[in-house]
Design a protein around this ligand. Structure first.
Ligand code: NAD
Ligand code: IPM
Ligand code: MN
Length: 353
């Protein structure tokens, strides 16, 4: 029997509600299969932890995480307690960087049983490959002067290695899918980095003559996500553009509460981290109504990562069945609680045992 060792970080806000729900579902998946098991070790690293300890995780936090097969994270952020840039750079972004999780995979698809806000949603199914380690998320820059002359400078960092790596990942993924890659650019307005991005895209594309491509400015691309999402297969985007596009991907599915994500360490020298697209949603935390599907679909991405694609497919099918039968949280127009959705998914999974 294969036993996967998972480090669990519920984090803040609704992370503490949707993570336990998704762990119940993972346990049900293991019960169905019989050949796999999970060991979940939980860490309370969060903004509450910061208030007590003055840091988001202990000094040896990364070396503790390193030995796990994967990290399963809810969400980080409680701006009432800790400024966001401190909490995020102290935990989520720190893990992404230190563990070289350079690719962030974020699928979106027309989801059975959901009412998409699009007037005429067609069957869409795309994956955003988000560059996850550099770009606009950089520590280069600073604050100078004060008063009326105050200036904040933020330098975006695009390396050929990082840019090319994200693009090659997208092309390889497209080969296993519908054979199409779209590049999210902004080379009309961003003077240095985006013309560079286009150049690297043209270079990489030459190695994949069998893959069709398109390139759109990010503003137009955002509009196309609304007007014709069914025309996309794999979309490769910089860190910030990918961030924004994937909340939009969630929204056109019906709610950002269902959008999943996987932070992938491509070399396999550190664990990858599985964490949904949404945040800690302080506005609904504590009500028991957070949608657990983003976290549960994220668990499916973790199963895929472990090579358990069949189990992953079964899980997603069951989630769609439950949604189509109307067991939905309020963000999807339903009345079910977080726990009810998860319990129904577990019940149906066990029917497959
Ligand atoms: P958010 O994603 O937390 O919430 C945006 C809106 O979507 C809110 O109205 C929220 O109620 C709703 N929503 C989000 N997830 C939902 C779910 N599962 N079910 C139902 N509704 C859901 O974004 P925000 O408000 O910009 O950020 C809140 C905090 O979370 C901030 O501290 C932010 O920095 C942090 N954040 C963390 C992550 C992460 O850890 N991966 C991601 C995004 C934001
Ligand atoms: C995400 C989040 C993070 C990001 C924030 C919380 C730093 O929005 O994972 O999408 O921008 O990467
Ligand atoms: Mn985001």
């Amino acid at each position: 029997m294969k036993k996967w060792e998972i480090a669990v970080i519920p984090g803040d806000g609704i992370g503490k509600e949707v993570v336990p729900a998704a762990l119940d579902v993972l346990q049900a998946v293991a019960d169905v299969h019989g050949g796999i098991a999970f060991s979940f070790i939980e860490f309370s690293w969060s903004c509450d932890y910061y208030v007590e300890h003055g840091q988001m995780m202990p000094d040896d936090g990364l070396s503790t995480l390193r030995n796990f097969d994967a990290i399963f994270l809810g969400a980080v952020g409680n701006p009432k307690l800790v400024p966001d840039h401190i909490s995020l750079w102290g935990l989520l972004l720190k893990i992404r960087r230190e563990f070289e999780q350079v690719i962030n995979i974020r699928p979106a698809k027309y989801f059975r049983g959901l009412s998409s806000p699009l007037a005429e949603p067609r069957d869409f199914d795309f994956i955003v490959v988000r560059e996850n380690s550099e770009g606009e998320y950089s520590e280069v820059g600073g604050r100078i002067h004060r008063g009326d002359d105050e200036i904040a400078i933020q330098n975006a960092v695009f390396t050929r290695k990082g840019t090319e790596r994200a693009m090659r990942y997208a092309f390889e993924l497209a080969r296993k899918r519908k054979g199409h890659v779209t590049s999210a650019t902004k080379s009309n307005g961003i003077f240095h980095t985006m013309p560079f991005w286009d150049e690297v895209f043209a270079d990489v594309k030459r190695d994949y003559p069998d893959v069709a491509t398109a390139s759109y400015h990010i503003d137009a691309l955002a509009a196309f996500f609304v007007t014709r999402p069914h025309t996309f297969d794999v979309v490769v985007a910089s860190n910030l553009f990918g961030d924004i596009l994937t909340d939009l991907g969630g929204a056109i599915m019906g709610s950002i509460g269902i959008a999943p994500a996987a932070n992938i360490n491509v070399n396999g020298n550190y664990p990858s981290m599985f964490e949904p697209v949404h945040g800690s949603a302080p506005d609904i935390y504590g009500k028991g109504i957070a949608n657990p599907i983003g976290q549960i679909w994220t668990a499916k991405l973790m199963l895929d990562h472990f090579g358990e694609e069949e189990l992953g497919a079964l899980l997603l099918r069951v989630v769609e069945d439950v949604t189509a039968d109307g067991v939905k949280t309020p963000d999807l127009g339903g009345t079910a609680a977080t726990k009810e959705v998860a319990a129904e998914i577990c019940r149906r999974l066990r029917e497959h045992a």
